[in-house]
Ligand binder design. Structure first.
Ligand SMILES: Nc1ncnc2c1ncn2[C@@H]1O[C@H](COP(=O)(O)OP(=O)(O)O)[C@@H](O)[C@H]1O
Ligand SMILES: [Mg+2]
Length: 214
């Protein structure tokens, strides 16, 4: 079972949005997926409660119980665990990063968010795990800004994921009905971005989906 942690010092950058959308996309690709919510606000759990589906499996946990829950999920045959964390460089984020094979750091390509990235960079470096910044909610067409933002991220010692998620209303519209963009607008641009991101993650972590095996 592969494990991905979503970590960022800052709130409102898209950790939970990306966590639930990746979880549904991975499940849709035939990978049994569990989403562990370490945020006391339980946003992912509330989203899941609105779904008319048990999949992906979503569960609130304290960081103390994470290792045990990951072991249990692996024993039950889950192929992927996604760990959502609260907006702080606290024990939840640190424990999640340490447990993960891959850390994703969502970040809006704005100077306010880029300033906050330095502390998140320190956290993932101290956990010693491979981490990528995922630019999220980027204004459509803001190419120069993205290039500058990528430069700042690399200077902070972090890598940049090759897929950028743009500011799109589809993400906000899917949320209150407990859905993901690949379900509400499967042919839309947001769904295309999420599919690209999960494909890149699968390739990076060497996850074989049933499609790939075929
Ligand atoms: N790419 C995006 N396009 C449009 N809205 C977004 C996007 N990503 C996140 N949002 C919105 O931003 C807000 C904060 O996102 P959320 O995932 O809750 O952040 P976090 O978990 O980091 O606090 C939510 O209202 C969400 O719908
Ligand atoms: Mg959140």
């Amino acid at each position: 079972m592969k494990k991905i942690a979503l970590v960022a010092q800052k709130g409102g950058v898209g950790k939970t949005t990306i966590a639930v959308n990746l979880a549904v996309a991975a499940q849709g690709a035939g990978i049994q997926t569990a989403l562990f919510d370490l945020d006391q606000q339980e946003s992912a759990v509330i989203w899941s409660d609105r779904r008319a589906s048990e999949q992906p499996h979503v569960e609130f946990l304290t960081e103390r119980r994470l290792a045990e829950a990951l072991r249990a999920a692996e024993a039950q045959g889950f192929g992927l665990a996604i760990i959502d964390t609260p907006p702080a460089a606290g024990p939840q984020a640190y424990t999640a990063a340490q447990a993960a094979d891959l850390v994703l750091i969502p970040c809006r390509p704005s100077l306010v968010d880029l300033d906050a990235i330095k502390r998140t960079a320190q956290l993932v470096k101290s956990a010693g795990i491979e981490a990528f910044v995922v630019f999220n909610a980027a204004a459509p067409g803001a190419t120069t800004l993205l290039e500058d933002a990528a430069g700042i991220v690399r200077d902070a010692g972090l890598a940049v994921a090759p897929v950028v998620l743009r500011e799109r209303s589809a993400y906000r519209a899917a949320w209150p009905v407990g859905k993901a963009v690949v379900e509400t607008e499967p042919k839309g641009k947001a769904a295309g971005e999420i599919s690209e991101l999960i494909k890149w993650i699968f390739a990076h972590l060497k996850v074989c989906t049933p499609d790939v095996v075929k």
